[in-house]
Design a protein around this ligand. Structure first.
Ligand code: UGA
Length: 442
């Protein structure tokens, strides 16, 4: 690693940025992380990760300790310190149009660029609509005192929440969009340990790099909705989608990953990314090319409605005044993220139909409590299902996968369960007197 590029800044310290900053320090670089949120900066500086991400706290602590990593709210400090800047701020959904909200990306560039008075490389990692990077590159040149000596590249991030550290240290590929040899060289230096380890490194133009990210997420969402569409057909035909998925997975052109039928996808990425992608295609005049993603979204939403219907049928006679136990609040296990959580969406709908709904989640309770006051919360799995007339398993935490039907059976009012993630063994639960229902299975 050359002296000139050992100093890195990471702008934005959410799921992506905090993980990226800590992992770059772990790889031996000197790193400064910036966030405009003082509370986040204070927490990270004290070695506390403000969200649940297995393994991250250890990496953070080790690198704060070594002095290679620190955090600030001060752009002057960042501009003076680093030669390579990564933009890792969020791009949430703007409104009902589905388009991406680029205000954080824009404001970070507007704050950073005027302070760049010597040559620097800026690399965007946020998920943005194709075409954004070229506009930002021009804006940076215009604002930076060093002018053309400040160059922008785009390197999308593919990390999964819950596997953030692993995915950042050992991504399955690194893509850098740029036509500048200097940006490419900077990215090669920053990725040297991964390149040495044989991880594919691809140089593309800016637009292709932006597209790689959003099309990867669109493909993953499509794969999940495909199998959930098969679940819908299976329900009507009396087939078993779990067996179907397994049989499909042996064809290695199809593969078994992301072919898990159930309540479908949520979170801060897949749902908003497919909507932003459609909105962008519309702007580019190729709306029909992505109209299938509207179906992907619709199939996904219908799984939530179907889960409510199955629970309603099981409980019999409507939800008003009934007691319902819900296992899971996070959008997926090993995360405390509740953004567009299918579990909370279902729980909330059932509560709106008049049921008394009690939710338990190993990590996401605090966040859920803050945002969903219509629900009740329990501190344990058993407490959540106490006196329940129906239990819904909506996020597949291992604690729920391993639940003992006998133990749960003793505290519920009725042994009835909806397995929204297809993770329980139906025979095992039925043998213990439970009425078991799942999505896509008889
Ligand atoms: C996703 C992508 O997997 C990452 O590669 C990407 O970097 C990230 O978005 C991003 O854009 O930042 P993430 O949102 O952390 O990562 O979650 P996933 O593990 O992809 O799961 C998404 C949703 O799909 C979850 O709600 C999960 O329960 C659901 N899912 C996943 C299924 O319903 N079935 C499956 O077979 C797999």
């Amino acid at each position: 690693v050359s002296q000139a590029l050992t100093r890195i800044s990471v702008i934005g310290t959410g799921y992506l940025g905090a993980t990226h900053a800590a992992c770059m320090a772990e790889l031996g670089f000197e790193v400064i992380g910036l966030d405009v949120d003082r509370a986040k900066v204070e927490s990270l500086s004290a070695g506390r990760v403000p969200f649940y991400e297995p393994g991250l706290e250890e990496v953070l602590a080790r690198n704060l300790e070594s002095g290679r990593l620190r955090f600030t709210t001060d752009y002057d400090e960042v501009a003076a310190f680093a030669d390579l800047h990564f933009i890792c701020v969020g791009t949430p959904q703007r409104d009902d149009s589905g388009a991406a909200d680029l205000s954080y990306v824009k404001s970070s560039v507007e704050a950073l660029a005027p302070r760049l008075d010597r040559p620097a490389v800026v690399i965007g990692k946020s998920t943005v609509p194709v075409g954004t990077a070229a506009v930002l590159a021009a804006r940076i040149r215009e604002l930076a005192p060093a002018g053309d000596a400040v160059e922008l590249g785009w390197s999308p991030e593919f990390l999964r929440e819950g596997f953030g550290v692993e995915d950042t240290l050992r991504p399955n590929r690194i893509v850098i969009g740029t036509d500048s040899p200097r940006v490419e060289a900077a990215m090669r230096e920053a990725s040297a340990p991964q390149i040495e380890a044989g991880i594919p490194f691809m140089v593309t133009d800016l637009q292709t790099a932006e597209l790689v990210k959003i099309s990867a997420n669109a493909f993953l969402a499509t794969k999940i909705s495909f199998i959930n569409a098969m679940a819908e057909v299976s329900e009507a035909a009396g087939a078993d989608v779990m067996q179907l998925a397994k049989a499909l997975s042996y064809d290695d052109r199809i593969g078994g990953k992301f072919l898990g039928p159930g309540l479908g996808f949520g979170g801060g990425c897949l749902p908003k990314d497919i909507r932003a992608f459609m909105a962008r295609a519309d702007e580019l005049g190729v709306e029909p090319a992505l109209s299938f993603l509207r179906e992907v979204d619709a199939i996904n939403q219908r799984r939530r409605a179907r889960t409510v219907d199955i629970a309603r049928a099981l409980i019999g006679g409507g939800f008003a005044g009934r007691t319902v136990g819900v296992l899971g609040a996070a959008f997926k296990p090993n995360s405390d993220d509740i953004r567009d959580s299918p579990a909370l969406d279902v729980a909330s709908t059932i509560a709106s139909l008049g049921a008394h709904v009690t939710v338990y989640d190993p990590e996401a309770l605090e966040r859920a409590e803050r945002e969903h006051t219509e629900l009740n919360y329990a501190r344990s799995m058993l407490e959540a299902v106490r006196d329940a007339e129906v239990v819904l398993l909506l996020t597949e935490w291992s604690e729920f996968r391993d639940a003992d039907p006998e133990e749960l059976g003793k505290v519920v009012a009725e042994r009835k369960i909806v397995d929204g993630r297809n993770v329980l063994d139906p025979a095992h639960w039925r043998a213990r007197g439970w009425t078991y229902r799942a999505l896509g299975r008889p």
